[in-house]
Design a protein around this ligand. Structure first.
Ligand code: CU
Length: 147
């Protein structure tokens, strides 16, 4: 592993103690999230996900958000998201398949979303992704609820 990979790993460990109800994830100008997997405890009343954009590019060019869906809904939602437009944060309006979503942010910005996981099932694997057009193919990972 090179130095930057080691640094990223230590940041991820620090930010995402397993089963924490407060999760932090970062996206950069290279279409990368720093996490491939997030785990929360089923005991969490609410989960807060904070998204930090560590790059410098504007939201219109390299915007990122954090969207959660079931694994089965991931591709259909990601496809529908492009049509929602930046004004809607690339999140389909009124779409029940979207379990949680942040706003789209640009470089240097930070945003968060707090949501109940009451209707999520422990043992199921959900998918988180960035719904900015074209980003979901790379910017995605697994979201697990641990009993
Ligand atoms: Cu993105």
């Amino acid at each position: 592993a090179n130095a930057s990979e080691v640094a990223d790993a230590s940041v991820a460990d620090e930010w995402n103690a397993e089963n924490s109800c407060d999760q932090v994830i970062a996206g950069n100008d290279m279409l990368q999230f720093n996490l491939k997997e997030m785990k929360v405890s089923a005991a969490c009343a609410n989960v807060t996900v904070t998204l930090k954009h560590t790059g410098v590019m504007a939201a219109e060019v390299m915007g990122h958000n954090w969207v959660l869906s079931t694994d089965a809904d991931f591709m259909p939602v990601a496809t529908a998201a492009a049509g929602a437009g930046l004004a809607n944060n690339y999140v389909p309006v009124g779409d029940d398949r979207v379990l949680a979503a942040t706003a789209i942010i640009g470089g240097g910005e930070e945003t968060s979303v707090t949501f109940s996981i009451e209707n999520l099932s422990a043992g199921n694997v959900y998918t988180f992704f960035c719904s900015f057009p074209g980003h979901y193919a790379i910017m995605k990972g697994s979201f697990k609820v641990i009993a």
